[in-house]
Design a protein around this ligand. Sequence first.
Ligand code: M6R
Length: 398
Amino acid sequence: MVHFGQYIHTVKSIGNIVCEKGLTELDFDLEEIEKAGFEHFMLKEIFEQPEVMQDVMRGRVRLDEGRIQLGGIADQLERLRDAKRIVICACGTSWHAGLIGEYLIEEFARIPVEVDYASEFRYRSPIVGPDDVMIVISQSGETADTLAALRLAKEKGAMVVGICNVVGSTIARETDCGMYTHAGPEIGVASTKAFTAQVIVLTMLALALSKDRTMTDGEVMDALRCLNDLPERVKRILDYNGEIQSIAEEYKDARNFLYLGRGYNFPVALEGALKLKEISYIHAEGYPAAEMKHGPIALIDEEMPVVVIAPKDDTYQKVLSNIQEVKARGGRVIAIATEGDEEIRELADHVMYVPEGKAFMMPLLTVIPLQLLSYYIATLRGCDVDRPRNLAKSVTVE
Ligand code: M6R
């Protein structure tokens, strides 16, 4: 608790004028002020995302010119475009953003991408050299494993590009070039706005690599318009906050959760599961939806809620079949679906809606209800969501 001043009362006389001065002690808690009326930093950071998304794109998404401008890598763009392979290294949530980056860069720029846990990369004999480009992703810019992977790749002659949030952090300083995510300070240990900012940077990077090569001007323009509309769509999802809170009430006592998604939404399933486990201490697993039949289906019963990310895309019908398989075994389904989808309402126990969007944009929409679901489940269980047990915001040791 920080006390701003204390009560002081003075009376001064100047000639025959009497001045009385009073100073009242205000019992303000600095942390409360910083939370701007939200109960926790995590909730504030979830709700900040529409503004953060605008900040990430400001000056970079140039709708009038039909292109992306990334100042931090402008001089190295050709080297990146000529890379034989891009290796993305990160940890935790940043690694999930990296997986989405793989889908984006391969789809748009047609450059092969591999995604590695930084901790694994550094302790095997990675094949990496001057023809490769490594992208390291880190909110803090201080994660020990990511830093070690960066140093190893540099030693082997690869160019290393950083995607960091903290300006001037060690990773930002040691990379050859990079892009800041401009998400502002992230205080909650569970990463939310930094994740969506990382995914936007990766989307912009994939588009910058594609322009005049693998995408037509029209295709790039379409993608830029989608990015431009994104903050408004996210605001719409945040308006469903109350409904998500009610769903959380029903599931707060579950002991396990399964998260399923396909394509761009598979990394979101991993991220949703990580968010839930780190702040609510409920065991949760993320899986590619089509892999369910290769094992996890054995776990399904009425005690196993399954969160299925099922927006209207190319695999929608297949994901619906997964929902039917879960229901046939007595499982309870929480679906994330496209607004207006009534078919899924018939099948699932609960639906959390997101606005429609192109497949590549979906992670930036579907992750929002998952962040809120985890937040509400954890607070209903009485967990300290901003400071979950055993976790540090920045893991600077091995
Ligand atoms: O600062 P970094 O992005 O390098 O941190 C990586 C992970 O430690 C971090 O994402 C962690 O998984 C978060 N607690 C996830 O919410």
